[in-house]
Design a protein around this ligand. Sequence first.
Ligand SMILES: C[S@@+](CC[C@H](N)C(=O)[O-])C[C@H]1O[C@@H](n2cnc3c(N)ncnc32)[C@H](O)[C@@H]1O
Length: 185
Amino acid sequence: MKTWEKENGVKFLRKAGLRPGQIVLDFGCKVGHYAIPAAFVVGSKGIVYAVDKEQQALNELQQKARANNLKNVKIIKTSGQIKLDFEHESIDIVLFYDLLHYHGKKGRKKLYEEASRVLKQDGLLSVYPKHTLKDDPLEQFKKLSLNDVKREIEDSDFYFKEKYCGIISHNNGLNQGCVLNFRKK
Ligand SMILES: C[S@@+](CC[C@H](N)C(=O)[O-])C[C@H]1O[C@@H](n2cnc3c(N)ncnc32)[C@H](O)[C@@H]1O
């Protein structure tokens, strides 16, 4: 995963819209397969807020950030609550990568509302909806297609902007996947 985090993930996140100096919220960051490359992209003038409820995963992320001398990764351990301690309209990009299937319809609605609250007016919600109907279906996504997920986000406070596909990180490996980007309405 080192090549992903330092090279291919960096390229992919640039393609997906991340830019130097931005403030990123990686909600459900786990060990940082996206938070670390995001930190390389946004650079020393940017910040990656890496949020998770699993302390052990966050410890691993902390070690990786230190090993890579990335001082712009700010780790936040939560109890799993959706509402976070960020100001309104303070974030440039929210990442929901391989996260939504953990949550039922109501929980996902709250996640979209929180993303909308914290995102700046021209902010981007970037979503990797893994585990949908035709993509190793799991948990709350078992019966939902990628399009169903896209539609439910469009039914919240966002409109669909674009889709980026490629070989991307999943757990500790790589797979073909697509990221959907949304803008606030
Ligand atoms: C499958 S992992 C994905 C990790 C990372 N985003 C990636 O794509 O490599 C999902 C992570 O989301 C976290 N998570 C799920 N619901 C959460 C919540 N409500 N608050 C904080 N973390 C959450 C889990 O603890 C887990 O570490």
